[in-house]
Design a protein around this ligand. Structure first.
Ligand code: MGD
Ligand code: MGD
Ligand code: SF4
Ligand code: MO
Length: 768
């Protein structure tokens, strides 16, 4: 493949969090040597945080892989040719499908923080293998919220923090974790404006809490009481937007009856927030012209997580904070991650409710399938059993579940119990080390790449990143891997390609007509559209952009499903032409393109319930609300501390960046603990502690801080990786959190884990 390296600055994006801020990079000899923010990125506008400087640690990690690998009986791996790997994987999976049905194969992953393009092609492999069950990281954080959202509005929403009068951060520390465009700039603007206010609900005095006007420092795990009390203050002090509720919602009477029963004083006590502060913050919400709220892991990976998502919505809905500037709005997705998931069963791009699913519950534990995903926490139970419907094989792409899901030990056992497992990754990860086959992907800087984390409103943007480095020999982009698998399974061949390839050479218009004609006559073309696009339109695209071919189909579906937003962005007109113009714009806008411009009133059209009215009454949630009245959070005498397992810190970046060398100065991965607790344990700063849970132990030095409440301790996420340096030695820093967590500690509705509420025992030990 020809070199794509030149001297100038090249446009790309950061791959560490969902913001994917636009970057400009310089490359030299296969390395990323200089990095700065891209001012012409229409969403991030030059904004970056310090983590953006780590891209080369990802690109040139020592444990990147450059050959397909097959596991040997002794657990070591041998390099094999691509042809062998593809043939054997196709044969083994086809045999499992034949014996046990496609529903015995679990597809996991499909994209991480920076890469979702591969997942569009996985869709074809999923169909070819008849796979019915999927899961990914969304099913360990966002499915509770997704379930509630489905019942209340049916539309994914995002706060308009840039314009809101009051911003509420619930179990979310945006200063570190980000979550909306140009996060720190916006936080400072809110902080510095006397007419605006910030409310933070977090047991810890985070960087964001330090900036806030109201910090509701709940006791860990008690958000349900805090949020219920806030709803009760709104109702009982008559602060609700009554007329708005009548006009726009249903089910208010049932909510009112439930909330009227709440004893605010007692609930304030239970969550540990001064009643006067709780009332003041709630009144501030009620008088504001606009309120935006965002919830994240502090509540989504905690006790009552689905209930928390519901109560959070009640607070901003009771005050009418939907579908207006500065409030929560239904953004228009380019491709909908909420309905389909990162791995996209079908490029819907439509925001339409998903088609009724036959597979509504997982086969063994009968857990709810939400957003098309089975809960991550039940995966081991769906494998480690003699149940006839158990999973027999797993296809894992761009994810590291052995490290990222609860109970790493059982996840390892599960992978080893399968008849066959495949991992597609750039690195030899903890998960890859348990797989039967490992397939090496080209890195995100070596191939066309993109994410569908396009959550902005009213202007929404998408960026296709071009490749800037020569792919490592031996690696392939996911599009090519899936195409080869489909061909090896005999699902596709030149008879589906030849005519379309010729049409693609003429131009997009001819291709569009040819594709419409061909897909009506050739079932394989319609069924495996992404791979067919890659094989036919791909070769006619500019240099090295073939993996962007699926975006042509997504562009067509998007302009058809969202004509108003597309028109607002200049992509109106007849569908095929509008879609072609959007696709052209994507190919030719290396900093990204605004694909949708909405009106605030469009948020009403997005409500997928009768008369576009929001439903406030979710019976299951009101039932659970009634039960929390007398139930206090878990507390076990033998595990007296609560560990928040996974704090976002400047030193954390999921597991895509495996080389810990970027942590140059200072100590990292420390257990944060309140000084009073340290005294109780007989410890001083830097001393070592052993953490014990029913699942495992870990040793770690401590850092004293009064940001935390006594009894509450915290560890960062993404550490404790087994990084093999170039010389073969192992570099392991920090705690691998999920060696400590238990799959049964999970939400009863969505199955999301309680990682922010892990009861632990602590004990002083000598330095190891
Ligand atoms: N630096 C960095 N940024 C990241 C990532 C990263 O790895 N590193 N990962 C990205 C990803 S995938 C995600 S999902 C987001 C997550 O982003 P966040 O959810 O903001 O991150 P966390 O630090 O995990 O948790 C947020 C807060 O929850 C609080 N918390 C703990 N217990 C409770 C509780 O009982 N109640 C309440 N209300 N709060 C509680 C913690 O003190 C913490 O401040 O971050 C993204 N951004
Ligand atoms: N205890 C605890 N556990 C947690 C959390 C916590 O707070 N506490 N946080 C959770 C959260 S919110 C999340 S989102 C998950 C994330 O966990 P995972 O979904 O497992 O994702 P990542 O850690 O981002 O790993 C992404 C993988 O993709 C690979 N990769 C990178 N680029 C490419 C590419 O171009 N192609 C392919 N095929 N692979 C590539 C990387 O090498 C890496 O192995 O972790 C979760 N786990
Ligand atoms: S880590 Fe997130 S906020 Fe920071 S530069 Fe990267 S994408 Fe932007
Ligand atoms: Mo996440």
């Amino acid at each position: 493949m020809e070199s794509t390296e030149t001297d100038g600055w090249k446009k790309t994006a950061c791959i560490i969090c969902s913001l994917n801020c636009g970057l400009e990079i310089k490359t030299e000899g296969g390395r990323i040597t200089k990095i700065k923010g891209d001012k012409s990125n229409p969403i991030s506008q030059g904004y970056i945080c310090e983590k953006s400087q780590r891209m080369d640690f990802y690109q040139n990690g020592a444990d990147r892989i450059d050959s397909p690998k097959r596991r040997k009986p002794d657990g070591s791996y041998e390099n094999i040719h691509w042809e062998t790997a593809i043939r054997e994987i196709a044969e083994k999976f086809a045999a499992i499908k034949h014996r046990h049905g496609g529903e015995s194969i679990l597809y996991y992953g499909g994209g991480s923080q920076g890469n979702h393009l591969g997942g569009t092609y996985a869709d074809s492999t999923i169909k070819a293998l008849g796979i019915q069950y999927r899961s990914n990281a969304l099913a360990q954080e966002k499915t509770g919220e997704g379930w509630v959202q489905g019942k209340m509005t049916g539309a994914p929403v995002h706060g308009d923090f840039e314009h809101c009068e009051v911003a509420v951060f619930l179990g979310k520390n945006p200063w570190q974790s980000h979550g909306f465009a140009r996060t720190r700039v916006t936080l400072r603007e809110i902080q510095n404006d006397p007419n605006r206010a910030m409310i933070v609900i977090d047991p810890r005095r985070t960087e964001t809490a330090e900036m806030a006007d109201y910090h509701l420092a709940v006791k860990p795990g008690t958000d349900a009481w805090c949020l219920a009390a806030m709803s009760a203050i709104l109702v009982q002090e008559e602060l609700v937007a009554t007329e708005w509720l009548v006009e726009h919602t249903t089910g208010y009477a049932a909510v009112l009856a439930a909330i009227n029963k709440i004893d605010i004083t007692r609930y304030a006590k239970t969550c540990g927030v001064e009643e006067s502060l709780l009332r003041a913050a709630t009144r501030r919400i009620a008088i504001a012209k606009s309120v935006s709220m965002i919830e994240d892991l502090g509540v989504q990976m905690n006790l009552h997580s689905t209930l928390n998502s519901y109560l959070n919505r009640l607070v901003w809905l009771l005050t009418g904070n939907y579908a207006k500037p500065g409030a929560n709005n239904a953004f228009v997705p380019f491709l909908n991650l909420s309905n389909s998931s990162r791995s996209t069963s079908k490029p819907s791009g439509s925001g339409k409710p998903a088609a009724p699913r036959k597979w509504t519950h997982s086969p063994v534990t009968h857990s709810k399938v939400i957003m098309g995903l089975i809960p991550c926490n039940v995966i081991p139970d769906e494998i480690l059993t003699q149940h006839p419907k158990r999973f027999r094989a797993m296809f894992i792409e761009s994810a590291n579940p052995v490290h990222s899901l609860a109970d790493s030990q059982r996840m390892r056992q599960s992978l080893r119990a399968l008849e066959c497992s495949v991992v597609i990754d750039v690195a030899m990860t903890e998960t890859a080390r348990q797989a039967d086959y490992v397939l090496p992907a080209s890195s995100q800087f070596e191939k066309a790449e993109a994410t569908f984390f396009n959550l902005e409103f009213p202007r929404n943007g998408f960026q296709l990143r071009h490749p800037h480095l020569i792919p490592r020999p031996g690696t392939l982009p996911e599009a090519e891997i899936h195409a080869r698998l489909l061909e090896a399974m005999g699902e596709l061949n030149d008879s589906s390609y030849t005519f379309l390839r010729a049409a693609a050479r003429i131009g997009l218009k001819a291709f569009g007509l040819a594709f419409a004609w061909k897909s009506m006559r050739d079932k394989a073309v319609a069924r495996y559209a992404p791979v067919v696009l890659y094989r036919t339109l791909g070769p006619s695209l500019p240099a090295n952009l073939a993996p962007a071919a699926s975006l042509w189909g997504i562009s067509q579906l998007y302009v058809r499903a969202q004509p108003a937003a597309a028109k607002g962005a200049g992509f109106g007109g007849p569908t095929l032409l509008g879609g072609n113009r959007l696709f052209d714009a994507i190919l030719n806008s290396p900093s990204g393109v605004i694909f949708g411009v909405s009106q605030y009133s469009d948020s009403w059209d997005a409500v997928k319930l009768p008369d576009h009215k929001i439903n406030l009454n979710i019976k299951e949630m009101l039932d659970e609300l009634a039960t929390i009245d007398c139930k206090l959070p878990l507390h076990r005498a033998d595990y007296p501390y609560v560990l928040s397992a996974g704090e976002r810190r400047p030193e954390t970046s999921q597991t895509s960046i495996r080389n810990p060398e970027w942590m140059k100065k200072g100590q990292f991965g420390l257990l944060r603990i309140h000084p009073q607790d340290a005294v109780k344990l007989g410890c001083a700063e830097g001393d070592w502690i052993q953490i014990r849970t029913p699942r495992g132990t870990a040793q770690v030095p401590i850092e004293l801080t009064d940001e935390l409440q006594p009894g509450h301790v915290s560890l960062p996420n993404g550490h404790g990786l087994d990084y093999h340096r170039a010389d073969g030695t192992l570099d392991r820093r920090g705690v691998s959190l999920n060696e400590l967590t238990n799959t049964t500690d999970r939400d009863p509705f969505a199955g999301t884990p309680w990682h922010k509420y892990v009861p632990v025992h602590l004990e002083k030990i000598g330095a190891p």
